[in-house]
Design a protein around this ligand. Structure first.
Ligand code: DON
Length: 589
């Protein structure tokens, strides 16, 4: 007999939290699925690059907690996954501390340099120069990754910072074997990387030829930078030699980041944005990510429908998903930005009554036309800004990893350089790539970023401001408050809808986490008015959706790449890496 998560959950409640049998584990491994997760009786690390997952898992074995493992994995990814793992970018970390029963979100998103301004990416005709905002030296925000990882480790880890950075230093100095996936991705981005002399030196052989799978890859300048961080902590990056190398590189290449900008970089701990979905509680990243707000908004809208009865990826199900996505992304375009600069109406957007108001507009047999839909709250931006001023008087490549320790602490972390290999520019002498996160700002009212996401005043460029993100590191809890799932994904604007579908696959369709990560996904983001889909959605379903008025994109897409851990009710955890990215891995402790 297959035992569902929901029935297990009810059983668990009835038995005062203790489940006597191994029924849960049996339900995961019964013969009804095509996909099976890794299982561990203690901890787990899941990331997009298997060497880095092994590093995290070893740290758990050495007595570290989930936070130590996450920080070690983060630094290791900066070495082994240069396209997305980074010290020149930023990200968001969600932590659940079991002893304190507390969930924290750490914002280490890049900040705009002091010299940034609203017109910085406009050409003489007032149009956005995307070459500049995506690939120019000015496309980099002040990196936050090192500050964020150190903040997490020093405040919530058990080991010394030097112990969790040591494996990354060893990988940079001692080298590691190039995987087929690294060979492929370096080659695919060779144009961008070779345009920058430092990146050409770091990522290609002396004669400019490419590295091949099976060869060793050494990064001594990166190793030296990591050694400075290991020795001097925060100051090893935001001061001293590393900071000088960054500032000098900016002067040489026309970038904006100064020594003072680096000194002024601050990590911010924010209240996570939480909501309920059926019996579960969902906590995710608040602004300046739009992820948590819209994830909860969409779940609120979906909650009243019996999704399971519609059938996974049926036309009826996909139609409902696409319609709620359309409304959420319309709101994103107007109301979301850095909350320290713009009064984001988070409470109104995640309000269940507001969700019901939007849901009542959805026609169950006909797709809406995005041009007819406007951001839904009747809020006037000028009023919002005036209200905020009163309050102030008083105060194309990302990667996700999840860690879980034997005590029950959980980390869900998404980090990015924005594009694959960021803007392709490495800091001379420091050995790492810079981000092009400034493109996530709205360079002009109504203009879209590289992911086609539209924005305006709320996300306009200002010095010190953080660009709006879609990264959605998420932790799901059962009704007793125990964490049950840690998940997140890369994918630009598609991240929020990818995470949404993982949660629905687990909670509504009772899939194990490997199956939930593997099955086909869809995406809608209001504008462009298109339904994107992965191969695996049947042509019959697509035809039905067309008759309902959906504008189906011509080509299939690959949507996201989740790295998740799910609690097993028998005491251990299940880990699953998305099969969409080669070289990823779930490593049991
Ligand atoms: O913060 C954001 O939303 C984007 N910079 C993320 C970019 C991304 O996921 C690209 N990766 N596939």
């Amino acid at each position: 007999m297959k035992i569902s998560f929901l029935s297990l959950f009810v059983l668990l409640l009835k038995s005062n939290g203790s489940l006597a049998t191994d029924e849960a584990i049996i339900s995961i491994f019964d013969s009804s699925s095509y996909f099976y997760p890794e299982h561990s009786k203690s901890g787990m690390v899941v990331s997009q690059e298997i060497i880095a997952s092994r590093v995290g898992s070893k740290i758990l074995n050495d007595g570290g907690n989930a936070i130590d493992a996450a920080v070690a994995t983060g630094f290791a990814l900066a070495v082994t996954l240069p396209r997305a793992g980074n010290i020149g970018g930023g990200g968001f970390m969600m932590i659940h501390l079991v002893d304190q029963d507390k969930t924290i979100s750490i914002d280490y998103r890049e900040m705009a340099p002091a010299a940034a301004n609203t017109a910085m990416f406009l050409d003489s005709l007032g149009e956005v120069d995307t070459g500049m905002s995506r690939f120019g030296a000015k496309s980099s925000g002040i990196p936050g990754s090192v500050a964020g990882l150190i903040h997490a480790q020093e405040n919530y880890g058990k080991l010394k910072l030097s112990e969790v950075i040591a494996p990354a230093i060893e990988l940079a100095n001692g080298g590691f074997l190039i995987s087929p996936e690294l060979e492929y991705s370096l080659n695919a981005r060779s144009g961008r990387l070779k345009r920058n002399p430092s990146s050409r030196k770091y990522f290609f052989k002396e004669d400019g030829s490419k590295y091949s799978a099976g060869e060793f890859f050494f990064q001594p300048d990166l190793g030296a930078t990591l050694e400075r961080i290991s020795k001097d902590g925060h100051k090893g990056f935001y001061g001293g030699k590393t900071a000088s190398l960054i500032a000098e590189d900016m002067i040489q290449t026309g970038g904006l980041i100064t020594l003072e900008d680096l000194q002024n970089y601050r990590v911010i701990e924010r209240e996570p944005v939480c909501g309920s979905y059926r019996l579960s509680k969902i906590c995710a990243m608040p602004p300046p990510s739009s992820g948590g707000v819209h994830l909860i908004q969409m779940l609120n809208m979906l909650e009243k429908w019996d999704l399971k009865a519609l059938g996974h990826n049926s036309a009826g199900y996909i139609h409902r998903l696409a319609e709620v996505m359309r409304y959420a992304y319309a709101d994103r375009s107007k109301y979301l930005g850095d909350p320290d600069f713009f009064p984001v109406p988070t409470d109104q957007i995640i309000d269940k009554n507001y969700a019901e108001r939007l849901r009542s507009k959805i026609n169950l047999v006909r797709a809406a036309i995005s041009n007819d839909i406007e951001p839904g709250l009747s809020l006037n931006l000028e009023d919002l800004i005036r209200f905020r001023e009163k309050q102030i008087d008083e105060t194309s490549e990302t990667t996700h990893f999840s860690t879980w320790d034997r005590w029950g602490n959980v980390v869900s972390n998404t980090t990015t350089l924005n594009f694959s290999y960021g803007n392709g520019r490495s800091v001379a002498g420091a050995g790492f790539l810079m981000n092009n996160e400034m493109d996530d700002f709205s360079a002009k009212e109504g203009a879209s970023n590289a992911y086609g996401l539209i924005g305006g005043t709320a996300n306009a460029i200002e010095p010190g401001k953080r660009p709006l993100s879609s990264m959605t590191p998420t932790i799901v809890f059962d009704s007793s408050g125990n964490p049950t799932l840690a998940t997140g994904s890369p994918g630009g604007g598609t991240i929020i809808t990818v995470v949404l579908q993982i949660i629905l696959n687990v909670l509504d369709f009772e899939m194990n986490i490997a199956e939930a990560s593997s099955v086909a996904r869809i995406h809608h983001q209001w504008q462009p008015d298109k339904l994107f889909y992965e191969s695996g959605v049947s042509i019959d379903t697509l035809n039905l959706l067309k008759t309902m008025g959906h504008k189906i994109d011509k080509k299939t897409r690959r949507l996201g790449a989740v790295q998740s851990i799910q609690r097993s009710h028998t005491g251990g955890v299940f880990g699953a890496s998305d099969p969409r990215r080669a070289g990823s891995g779930a490593i049991a402790q």
